[in-house]
Write a protein that binds this ligand. Structure first.
Ligand SMILES: [Zn+2]
Length: 513
C-alpha cells in the first residue's frame, strides 16, 4: 500500500474517533425517542464521515462510473489492490445487493449454508489464487467496507466470485464423496444439481463474414434473478497485462458470462458444457484463470495455456476465441479429463451448451445425449447451423444482433420465444430444461447480448444490450403471481427491462451532465 494510503486510513480513523466520542456524550443525555433520534443522527454522521474519508482515498484516483442504456460503465485502473478498491467502492451498493441474491440462490439450490461456501473458499480456493488476484479481492473488500461499512470479508467475496463453479461443480462432487442420508438442511429432498447451461454464441472469420475479419457475439443465459444484475461494463487498465473491456457482474473479477476483448486484439467468449461432471479440488478457481487469460494472453495458444494451467473443472466451457492480429478463430472445449482445440482462418464456431469432442463427451459429460434434438442445447445447435449457413459471407455486427435476438424454435418448427430459441425465454415454457434442472416456467433465459468485430476490437469498442437481446421485457410481479412455486425468489427477483443496443469504448470519459 502506498504511504499516502496509510495516511488517509489514519485520517478516516481520526474522524471516526471524534464522531464516536460525540455519540457517547449524546447518548448520556437524552432518553426515549429523543435518544433514538440522536443515535440515528450519529449513525448517519459516522457513515457520512466514513464516506467522506473513503472518497478521498488516493486508491480511487482515475476511477469513475456512469450509466448508459441500462448498463453501468466502470473504469478501473492501477495496481491490483487499487483495481479492487475502486471496484468495491464504486459498485458497493450493487455488490451488497448481488451478494444477497447470489447467496440466496447458492444456499437454496444446494441446501448448504453460507459457512460451507466460505470454508470452501478459505481452505480450497484461496491458497491457489495468484497473489495479484488475492490483492484485488482484498481491495474489493476494503473499498466496500470504506463505502458502506460492509461486514463481508475476503472469503465471502472469494466464494461469491466462484458462484458459477462452487454450487454446480464442487457441491455435486463433494456430495458424491460425502454421501448423507438426506439433504444437509433437512428438507428431505436430494438437491438436483446440474452444471448450468449458459449462453448462445458464435465467432466467425474469413469467407463467412462481410469484411473477412472476425465477428464475435454472445448472449448470456442465466436466471433472471442474476441476469438483471449482470449489466456492468468493466473498462480495466491494469498496471500489469493488457487493457480489458468486458461485461460483468458486481463484485466479480472475471466477466464470468463471458464476453471480453483485450488491447492486444484477443476476442473471447464461451458457452458452458451441459451435464458436465467433475471437479479437481487441487486446481485453480476458474474465475481466476479466466480473468488471467483475458488480461495476459496475446494469442490463442497463450489463452489455452493459461486456462489449462491448474484446470479445476469448474464452470467448464467451450471457449470461442479470436485473434484480430491474425484473423484466426478457435474453439477450446475445456473438459477436465479431456479437452480439444479447433482453429481456423476461414470458418465459424458456434456454441449453445453442447460438447462435441468424442473424448470430452465420453469422459466429462457421460449423461449428455447429443442426438436429443428436443432439448435446448441441441435445438439451438440446429438453429445456429441454419442461421449461420444462410448468412455465410454477410455476417457483421448488425446481423449478429439479429441472430442473438432470434426466436425460431428448430424443434417445433415455429417462431416462438421459448427455452429452445437462441434468445431464450424459459419462463414462457412449461417444459423447463431438465438437463440443467430448470423446472417448468423457470425464470431464466437470455438476459443480455454483446457483439464486436476485428476493426472495433482494434479501437477497444463493443456493442451491448441489457435485457433480452430481442428487446422484450420480463416483469417480476405478474410472473410471481402466476408461478407461486418461485416465491422464494420474491425478495430478489426484479423486472428485467431491455435497453437499446449501446456502444461502449475503453477509456471513454465520464459524460458531462
Ligand atoms: Zn427474445
Amino acid at each position: 500500500m502506498p504511504a499516502n494510503g496509510l495516511d488517509s486510513g489514519r485520517r478516516a480513523a481520526a474522524v471516526l474517533v471524534v464522531v464516536l466520542g460525540a455519540a457517547a456524550l449524546w447518548r448520556g443525555t437524552g432518553g426515549g425517542s429523543t435518544a433514538d433520534a440522536s443515535q440515528k443522527a450519529m449513525s448517519a454522521a459516522i457513515a457520512e464521515a466514513r464516506e467522506r474519508a473513503a472518497a478521498n482515498d488516493p486508491r480511487l484516483k482515475g476511477s469513475y462510473r456512469f450509466d448508459r442504456g441500462g448498463w453501468l460503465y466502470v473504469h478501473l485502473e492501477g495496481e491490483p489492490g487499487a483495481l479492487g478498491y475502486q471496484h468495491g467502492y464504486l459498485l458497493a451498493p450493487e455488490i451488497e445487493d448481488a451478494f444477497a441474491a447470489v447467496r440466496a440462490q447458492m444456499t437454496h439450490s444446494t441446501e448448504r449454508d453460507w459457512e460451507f461456501f466460505r470454508k470452501a473458499a478459505h481452505d480450497m480456493l484461496w491458497p491457489k489464487i495468484d497473489a495479484e488476484y488475492q490483492q484485488e479481492l482484498q481491495g474489493i473488500v476494503d473499498g466496500l467496507r470504506a463505502r458502506t461499512g460492509s461486514k463481508l470479508d475476503v472469503y465471502d467475496i472469494a466464494a461469491f466470485n466462484a458462484f458459477e463453479e462452487l454450487p454446480d461443480y464442487y457441491v455435486p462432487w463433494y456430495n458424491k464423496a460425502h454421501p448423507v442420508a438426506q439433504a444437509p438442511m433437512g428438507s428431505g429432498r436430494t438437491p438436483d444439481l446440474k452444471s448450468p447451461g449458459n449462453c448462445s454464441a458464435f465467432v466467425a472469420t474469413g469467407s463467412w463474414t462481410k469484411d473477412h475479419q472476425i465477428v464475435i457475439a454472445h448472449n448470456n443465459w442465466t436466471s433472471y434473478l442474476n441476469g438483471e444484475r449482470w449489466r456492468i461494463m468493466f473498462d480495466i487498465t491494469p498496471a500489469h497485462g493488457y487493457r480489458i473491456l468486458m461485461d460483468g457482474f458486481p463484485g466479480v473479477i472475471a466477466s464470468d458470462d463471458d464476453f471480453g476483448i483485450n488491447s492486444d486484439g484477443l476476442m473471447v467468449t464461451e458457452t458452458t458444457i451441459t451435464q458436465f461432471e467433475g471437479w479437481n479440488p487441487e486446481g485453480k478457481a476458474e474465475f481466476v484463470r479466466a480473468r488471467k487469460a483475458l488480461q495476459y494472453a496475446s494469442s490463442i495458444d497463450e489463452y489455452t495455456r493459461i486456462m489449462l494451467d491448474g484446470n479445476n473443472g469448474g464452470y467448464a466451457n467451450d471457449w470461442l476465441l479470436g485473434d484480430r492480429k491474425t484473423g484466426e478463430i478457435a474453439q477450446l472445449e475445456l473438459g477436465l479429463n479431456a479437452y480439444k482445440l479447433w482453429r481456423t482462418k476461414d470458418g465459424v464456431f458456434a456454441g449453445s451448451n453442447w460438447a462435441r469432442d468424442p473424448k470430452v463427451l465420453k469422459l466429462d459429460t457421460p449423461q449428455f445425449d447429443p442426438n436429443d434434438l428436443e432439448t435446448s442445447p441441441n435445438a439451438r445447435r440446429v438453429r445456429w447451423d441454419e442461421l449461420l449457413n444462410e448468412n455465410k459471407g454477410q455476417i457483421d455486427v448488425a446481423l449478429a444482433q439479429q441472430m442473438l435476438s432470434d426466436h425460431a424454435d428448430s424443434f417445433a418448427q415455429k417462431e416462438q420465444p421459448d427455452e429452445r430459441t437462441l434468445c431464450g425465454h424459459s419462463d414462457l415454457s412449461q417444459r423447463g430444461v431438465q438437463v440443467w434442472a430448470w423446472g417448468a416456467f423457470y425464470p431464466g433465459g437470455a438476459v443480455q447480448g454483446k457483439t464486436t468485430d476485428s476493426a472495433m476490437t482494434k479501437e477497444m469498442r463493443l456493442i451491448a444490450r441489457a435485457g433480452h437481446p430481442c428487446g422484450g421485457d420480463f416483469l417480476a410481479k405478474p410472473f410471481l403471481a402466476a408461478h407461486p412455486e418461485y416465491d422464494w425468489q420474491a425478495p430478489y427477483l426484479r423486472d428485467m427491462k431491455a435497453g437499446p443496443w449501446t456502444e461502449f469504448r475503453s477509456g471513454e470519459p465520464q459524460p458531462k451532465h
